[in-house]
Design a protein around this ligand. Structure first.
Ligand code: SAM
Length: 194
């Protein structure tokens, strides 16, 4: 089951809090999510490279860009949500954010209309989003764990018919995921910020 950030972090059970504190070792949430990705060195390198926090003014600028193009927005997806900061701006009905690692998840506070899932973005199959926003990881191909790349490529090949070459960087995988997850008249706007 995916782990979801409650609106009130202090309401979590001690067991949930302990799991959230867990590292990437056996039995931890992150360990489970990344089990097939590759060596622990490769996974740590990838996760380190991902940790870029978007300054608020850029989050606001990205939303301005979106709302210039769309005045009414129903469902928003964010496939590298971090602490869910993109959910705190913009006018929309629902936001669904994915985050792979536990860092910042425990302290994430999201509005009531937003849900933040501690889960790999490539697991779920969404195809009805109006908008895809966020700042997905920009990690070069050499630093993508082999298992991560294989799984993401096969999901994208099945869903879009596109076969990414081994030279693609993480942003390209996430952008294709955004295209596959938005409606035919949807908007995919994850800028390359990192
Ligand atoms: C560049 S950071 C942006 C974080 C936040 N959205 C922000 O703008 O500050 C990218 C985020 O994507 C997350 N991430 C990387 N791979 C992921 C995956 N397969 N599924 C879900 N989240 C992932 C990382 O943990 C990191 O939090």
């Amino acid at each position: 089951m995916p782990r979801e950030a409650p609106q009130n972090p202090s309401s979590r059970s001690p067991a949930t809090q302990a799991r959230a504190r867990g590292g990437r070792g056996t039995g931890s949430r992150l360990g489970d999510l990344t089990r097939d990705w590759g060596t622990s060195a490769a996974i740590s390198l990838y996760l380190e490279r991902c940790q870029v926090a978007t300054p608020e003014r850029l989050v606001e600028a990205a939303w301005r860009h979106v709302t210039d193009a769309r005045s009414v927005i129903g469902k928003v997806v964010d496939f590298g949500a971090g602490d869910g900061r993109f959910s705190r701006f913009g006018r929309y009905e629902h936001y669904l954010g994915y985050k792979i690692d536990d860092a910042a998840f425990e302290h994430a506070v999201v509005p009531k209309r937003a849900r933040l899932l501690n889960q790999c973005a490539f697991w779920d199959e969404i195809n009805d989003a109006d908008v895809c926003v966020g700042n997905p990881p920009f990690v070069r191909n050499q630093d993508l764990p082999r298992g991560w790349r294989e799984r993401a490529s096969s999901v994208l090949r099945r869903r879009t018919g596109v076969s990414l070459s081994g030279l693609a960087n993480a942003w390209q995988y996430f952008f294709l995921l955004g295209l596959a997850s938005t409606k035919s008249d949807g908007l995919c706007d994850p800028p390359r910020l990192s």
